[in-house]
Design a protein around this ligand. Structure first.
Ligand code: URA
Length: 219
């Protein structure tokens, strides 16, 4: 897997990630969602530099200009619910993309910290020959991302796969790296040291879904 860890280059992206982490700033859920969206825009922009382009003659009111236009057909698949602002950021730039949504959540064992990933809802167009972007802001264990790739298989063989994430754990990134083919790309804003025993990224940001959309009842 090609890992593009954007925090390795200094940019405004690091400021947006710092605001996601800051426990006073992250209380502002509108700013939290907007920061994830802005990070989606930046990750998408960086990723776009690796796509295919074709020459197009553009007529302006005053003349003509030959311009390189992105040629890929994009499908953006996001993992609910925390993936929604990241999805919006990607869709802001890839505005004619087709879209897929998947619900993946952790079902915890009653007496242990163990959990498995349950997928209950999936809506997806054909991904045959397309450039598939899978968006999940928190790449913790890597299990949701891999389960998503697995359940998308009946929808076609994509031309290329780009995983888009905001914060990953080193363990999750290593796990994905071990289990996907070499030509998959990971575009990620930053990678943190570890997971705690509940599978949260440390230092991370906390629960991205709750911070974006409010707390949920645990049932
Ligand atoms: N999901 C989150 O929202 N946060 C984590 O740290 C891990 C998974």
């Amino acid at each position: 897997m090609h890992i593009h860890n954007l925090s390795e280059t200094r940019s405004i992206l690091n400021t947006f990630v710092a605001q996601l982490r800051d426990k006073t700033i992250q209380k502002d859920s509108m700013r939290f969602r907007r920061n994830i969206e802005r990070i989606g825009e930046i990750l998408g922009f960086e990723m776009s530099k690796t796509l295919n382009f074709s020459q197009k003659q553009i007529e302006t009111p005053l003349g003509q200009k030959s311009t390189e236009i992105m040629a890929n057909e994009i499908v953006i698949c996001s993992i609910l619910r925390a993936g929604l602002p990241l999805h919006d950021g990607l869709l802001n730039y890839f505005d004619d993309a087709d879209n897929a949504f998947i619900s993946a959540y952790r079902k915890h064992d009653a007496n242990t910290e163990n959990f498995k990933i349950i997928i209950e809802y999936l809506t997806c167009p054909s991904i045959e020959g397309k450039t598939l972007l899978i968006a999940d802001p928190m790449l913790a264990t890597g299990q949701s991302m891999l389960s998503t790739m697995e359940v998308l298989k009946p929808y076609g063989i994509p031309k290329e796969i780009h995983l888009i994430s905001v914060i990953g754990s080193q363990e999750g990134v290593d796990y994905i790296n071990k289990n996907v083919s070499e030509n998959v790309h990971l575009w990620i804003a930053t990678i943190d040291e570890k997971l705690n025993d509940k599978g949260y990224i440390i230092p991370g940001i906390g629960d991205a879904g709750d911070l974006a959309f409010g707390p949920k009842l645990q049932k």
